[in-house]
Write a protein that binds this ligand. Structure first.
Ligand code: SER
Length: 310
């Protein structure tokens, strides 16, 4: 049985991937780590407090537990990163390099690390963004993701470490909240709607961003990690898409369930960030190489969110 380690396991993505991994590999084979203690809902999983900035601790835990698969998810997102650029850089870069190095040293079989649509920038072709294009990110988070992609490629080329990555769009979930991202509005808007409140949106009504329902994101990560090595043609990071939406369209979709619901707009710096990110993504290489397919479009996602939050 493969022993799996997750970093950032208490975050939005980490908590859901950890539960899915426990289903797949057995609860006794999944080790969840974070600097924060786990919520009750991860209670049954084996937790170790681990700081990815402590390279010796990372190395020791991977060695001691004979870890074979690593999902490295600990990171600071775009909006928080702009408040603390140097801390974000340190966490996102040194954390990744510490994990890659420990995985190399301990002959870990496979590593998953998420990149993001934030790795693109305002000179990128923002409609149907191709796999290979100009990448000039303007946030420290995006700069760390683009640099991280190159580090992953480097560890694969130089040390044959089997690192795999996707560029996630905004992730929408009902179980665990996001924190500090530019795409967080797409979760917060649901909480306002189901509570019968109006929503004040920090993005403009027409700001279109690619999004994905959490179960599709979890499936993508696990499908990529299960794909045969020969089928992986990209070692930086794969473009990945499900649907794209504006706050206005999401509001309209919610009004089908809550006719009284409305959104008011008060944009801040996050709208400027969002405007440098792709509106739609060409993810045909992921679909070709490892059979990526999403299940949830906008309508299905909204129905599932509303059903689970009410
Ligand atoms: N969801 C992230 C953010 O908004 C993008 O990857 O920062």
């Amino acid at each position: 049985m493969k022993r799996v380690l997750v970093t950032g396991a208490c975050g939005q993505l980490g908590s859901e991937i950890s539960l899915a991994l426990a289903d797949r590999y057995g609860i006794e084979n999944v080790l969840i780590t974070d600097i924060n203690p786990p919520s009750e809902y991860l209670g049954k999983l084996k937790f170790i407090a681990m700081d990815v900035l402590d390279d010796q601790q990372v190395n020791q835990i991977i060695k001691e537990h004979d870890v074979k698969l690593v999902y490295h998810l600990a990171a600071m997102l775009s909006a928080s990163g702009e408040q603390n650029p140097r801390i974000a850089w340190k966490l996102n870069m040194d954390g990744l390099i510490n994990v890659l190095e420990a995985c190399k040293e301990n002959q870990v079989d496979r590593v998953f690390w998420p990149s993001s649509i934030a790795a693109f920038g305002s000179h990128t072709q923002l409609v149907q963004t191709p796999q290979y294009t100009i990448m000039d990110p303007e946030t420290i988070y995006g700069i760390s993701k683009l640099s991280g992609e190159l580090w992953c490629q480097y560890y694969y080329d130089r040390f044959d470490l089997d690192v795999r990555s996707v560029r996630f769009p905004g992730l929408i979930s009902y179980k665990s909240p996001p924190g500090g991202g530019t795409t967080d509005y797409a979760v917060a808007i649901f909480h306002s709607a189901v509570r019968g409140k109006h929503y004040q949106c920090f993005l403009g009504e027409d700001t279109r961003l690619p999004m994905m329902f959490m179960s599709d994101a979890v499936n993508a990560a696990m499908a990529l990690m299960s794909a045969p090595k020969e089928s992986i043609s990209i070692r930086s990071s794969y473009n990945l898409a499900a649907f794209s939406v504006t706050p206005q369209e999401l509001t309209a979709a919610l009004q089908n369930h809550f006719p009284e619901f409305s959104t008011v707009y008060q944009t801040d710096f996050r709208d400027l960030i969002a405007k440098t990110w792709p509106r739609t993504i060409d993810d045909s290489v992921a679909r070709r190489d490892w059979g990526w397919q999403h299940e949830f479009g906008l309508r299905e996602m909204v129905a599932e969110m509303v059903h689970n939050l009410t």
